[in-house]
Design a protein around this ligand. Sequence first.
Ligand SMILES: C[S@@+](CC[C@H](N)C(=O)[O-])C[C@H]1O[C@@H](n2cnc3c(N)ncnc32)[C@H](O)[C@@H]1O
Length: 198
Amino acid sequence: MRVISPPAERNKQPILEVLTTRLKPNQRVLELACGTLQHALHFTASLPNVCWQPTDLSTETVEAGQHLLASKTAKAPANLQAPIPLDVLSLPWVVPAFDSVYAANLLHISPIEVVSGVFVGASLGQAQSVYIYGPFLLQGQNTAQSNLDFDASLRGRNPVWGIRQLKFVEQQALAQGYTLTETVPMPVNNLLLEFTSG
Ligand SMILES: C[S@@+](CC[C@H](N)C(=O)[O-])C[C@H]1O[C@@H](n2cnc3c(N)ncnc32)[C@H](O)[C@@H]1O
């Protein structure tokens, strides 16, 4: 049975609206932590010139995605590749060439080392841009109560999980030559971050 994530159903259109103005035709995007493929299916249907390669750490998730696309129930566009396994921490990533990296809701549901892993992997693959969606803590600003509660519940489920400080993410990016070029506020206190190399 196909698994549907309600948050992904709600946030896929707002994220698409931001990516549409930024992804260039013929760009090859490597998606990390693709989960249920809801983002990949939605984006590739609207961005037919963007080639999308989803990946995930979980073999079960990758196999479910492969079955979903093979079963045709999801009407996969031609520019959407079948998902392949990828652990962000297993560097360098063994994947087809890519121009951009996209990751949604990964950094708070994985160990903190994954933050630098994303940028090291992107840099080794010579990605020009990295897009990261999710909740972040902002230094010197009051964090929304919903994000504080979410952070506490994440840490309760797994002590190495937790919402990351935006400043920390920025530092890890800079160490690999990526500058935070845009911070787009998104619904429900999330952010879409754009990092650009050089
Ligand atoms: C909350 S889900 C997000 C799924 C999807 N991106 C979304 O926004 O709906 C987190 C995903 O991160 C993946 N993940 C966790 N650690 C990872 C790692 N080290 N490398 C790659 N993926 C990882 C999990 O397998 C899971 O599918």
